[in-house]
Design a protein around this ligand. Structure first.
Ligand code: GAL
Length: 680
């Protein structure tokens, strides 16, 4: 077993998914690819992601020579390989001979062969066949100098409900609960007379059966993440028998089926695939949403990561296949680097000729020549990345963090609570995020298990689930001088989705100086307002005067030691506190009772950042669409300034001595433009 080496690159990586197995009968195409890729400055490809049928055309018959030739040739031409294990799509012979590898859906129907990502991750046969092909790949290429990283499978997703998975689920439950009485208590099965007498009776959630036990639903999701994590670990251990290369899995945008914080524990470096619908919504919103996801991904392991896939022009699976406007390819690639990535890769290098992705954008299209707009923009990105070589390996340090916790989202969305027509947790989270980004602050996006010691400001919007120890962690963070921001619908249920008895937010009543008494769901068209609090025990803050609008959910707190900053303006709770601050130990704890508008969160985050002593490199607040992030290494600071607004922007240089690494600070920053400064 090899000791894994750190992922290391001396240059920013630029490349993408490459499927030469589709072109083996046309060697002239493969020759041309090398010429086009080297001409465009591509320095890495991901190989073999869906190549199992070519690598093992019959069970136990391996054909890896074509791959070796390609890896060698790429290497000779300065292009390195991220080598995939092919477990994301299996060959027909495997499905035909061993039907147990085919996934079973929640309504207990076994799938037929076809598509991809539809196998059972529990199946011992599947695991064994995957291990066998992985072992062959690792033996042959695990120490090839041109191979730099293992790409385990592809975009893990989905779940299987076959008998093998049912058994595995039951054993997992036995380990977790030991006795069936403990399970019954945790899942509250007396409700509707759903008590179990033995673990053997438990079935995964199904539209044909049990969907009402929220504890079961939550544990099933946890189990699916555990099975996926154990599948990743099994693949990793096999390649490690022959290779000291680090491993990654490629994660996805807004993907909440699997707990990525759990999966990240099995890998050495995070990578993710990003496909925003650019130019569909206001550019500034799309860019910020994408930036948020970069921060989610970077925060998983808190080190440089890889943008593994993005589209070089138009996708072919979104409602409308929109071309990337000139300059956007550069902006998207540099946004990844700005948020801490060391790699900007695409799906795909060469456009396939047939089947379901034949019209998906690619670096090399069906025309196949160098004189295309896309290829020339790809070449420009290569040039930019070369200039940015000094940032390789530098880190993103954030003093502010915001909560995004998969288990919390699972529990909250399933809870059947104050709003079933969308809880709007996404937009609430992004409003707080925007309030911080607008100040040019780096932001980490963290789960409940994260260590808070790096932060002076922590926001935990809609933390419905407080797992054991979370309230205590927030309390000690605040007591030691941290600035804590909480909102409505927090500290409601425990880790098995049992509601806490007693005052809520559970464990934070003293920290916040209040308890929440009731929560009102508003129809989509209703609004309330937040106005300056009047009377005793109020705290008037000039920059938080309001009035602000609020929607969707309004919680009604009863204050003890907290001071009201704003109160509701309308409805039967007009005059009741809606935004409060409480001094706790060395720090302060804020509570926002309602889903307020962006203006409120802009004002609030500016105030809280100042309270927390945080300031972005550009000083004050930035105009809409200007994004500023910072990376640092032992010697330098690197500031990335990007323009995702609709007009050019004249950059005011930050305080200190800087030299441009990329872009010209003396010219206005155009739309999609990027300026990168290095400290002197
Ligand atoms: C990704 C997937 C790729 C390709 C791409 C198309 O989700 O990993 O294989 O299908 O989408 O946009």
């Amino acid at each position: 077993m090899y000791k894994v080496r750190e992922f290391e690159t001396k240059q920013l990586l630029h490349g993408g998914d490459y499927n030469p197995e589709q072109w083996l009968s046309m060697p002239e195409i493969l020759d041309k690819d090398i010429e086009l890729l080297t001409g465009a400055g591509i320095n890495v490809v991901s190989l073999g992601i869906f190549a199992w049928a070519e690598l093992e055309p019959e069970e136990g018959v391996f054909n890896l020579d074509w791959m070796e030739k390609i890896i060698n040739r790429l290497w000779k031409n300065g292009i390195r390989t991220i080598l995939a294990t092919p477990s994301g799509a299996r060959p027909k012979w495997l499905a035909d001979k061993y039907p147990e590898v085919l996934r079973v859906s929640p309504d207990r129907r076994r799938m037929l062969f076809g598509a991809r990502h539809n196998h059972c991750l529990t199946s011992p046969v599947y695991r064994e066949k995957v291990a066998r092909i992985d072992r062959e790949l690792a033996k042959r290429f695990g120490s090839h100098p041109g191979v730099i990283l293992w790409h385990i499978s592809n975009e893990f997703s989905g779940e299987c409900h076959c008998p093998l998975c049912q058994d595995a689920f039951r054993s997992w439950l036995k380990d977790r609960y030991t006795t069936i009485d403990n399970l019954n208590a945790a899942w509250y099965t007396k409700f509707w007379s759903h008590s179990y007498q033995s673990f053997e009776q438990v079935e995964s959630p199904s539209p044909l059966g049990e969907i009402a036990l929220h504890g079961l639903n939550l544990d099933w999701k946890r189990f699916v993440s555990e099975q996926t994590a154990s599948f990743i670990a099994a693949e990793r251990e096999v390649v490690r028998e022959y290779s000291d290369l680090p491993v990654t899995v490629n994660l996805m945008y807004y993907f909440t089926q699997l707990n990525y914080a759990r999966l990240a524990r099995e890998i050495d470096i995070v990578s993710w695939d990003t496909y925003p619908a650019w130019n569909k919504w206001p550019l500034v919103e799309t860019a910020e949403d994408n930036g948020f996801w970069h921060d989610v991904m970077r925060s998983l392991l808190k080190k440089p990561y890889i943008q593994m896939e993005s589209c070089p022009s138009a996708t072919n699976w979104q409602g409308v296949s929109k071309l990337k406007k000139p300059g956007l390819l550069m902006a998207q690639g540099l946004q990844a680097i700005a948020h801490g990535a060391d790699a900007d890769l695409y799906f795909q290098i060469r456009q396939s000729r047939g089947s379901s992705e034949k019209f998906h954008g690619a670096v090399i299209d069906h025309y196949g020549g160098a004189d295309t707009r896309v290829l020339s923009e790809v070449s420009e990105v290569s040039e930019a990345l070369k200039k940015l070589t000094p940032v390789v390996g530098s880190r993103t340090k954030a003093g502010a963090a915001i909560l995004f916790d998969w288990e919390n989202i699972w529990a909250m969305e399933d809870a059947q609570g104050p709003r079933n027509d969308d809880l709007h947790w996404k937009d609430l989270t992004l409003k707080i995020y925007h309030g911080l980004c607008r100040l040019g602050l780096n932001v980490d996006v963290i789960g409940e298990d994260a260590d808070l010691s790096d932060y002076s400001l922590v926001a935990v919007p809609m933390a419905y689930q407080f797992r054991e120890g979370f309230a205590e962690k927030l309390a000690s963070f605040t007591a030691q001088g941290g600035i804590l921001l909480t909102t409505f619908w927090s500290g409601v249920a425990d880790g098995t989705d049992l509601c806490y008895l007693g005052p809520r937010p559970h464990g934070l009543v003293d920290v916040l100086g209040l308890r929440s008494e009731e929560i009102d769901g508003l129809y989509d068209w209703e609004e309330n307002e937040l106005v300056r609090a009047q009377g005793e025990d109020t705290l008037n803050i000039e920059s938080l005067r309001g009035p602000y609008t609020c929607k969707y959910l309004c919680e009604l707190p009863r204050l003890s030691t907290a001071k009201a900053v704003l109160s509701y303006g309308r409805d039967f709770y007009a005059g009741k506190a809606a935004v409060t601050r409480n001094t706790y130990g060395e720090g302060s704890a804020w509570y926002v009772a309602a889903h307020a508008g962006q203006e409120f969160f802009d004002d609030l985050m500016e105030y809280l950042a100042a309270e927390a002593g945080l300031q972005g490199p550009m000083g004050g607040s930035l105009p809409a669409g200007i994004q500023v992030t910072e990376r640092t290494d032992a010697e330098h600071r690197y500031i990335f300034i990007q323009n995702f607004s609709e007009t050019a922007w004249t950059v005011e240089m930050p305080a200190g001595e800087w030299k441009p690494l990329y872009g010209n600070p003396d010219e206005p920053l155009p739309v999609y433009g990027t300026l990168v400064l290095e400290s002197i």
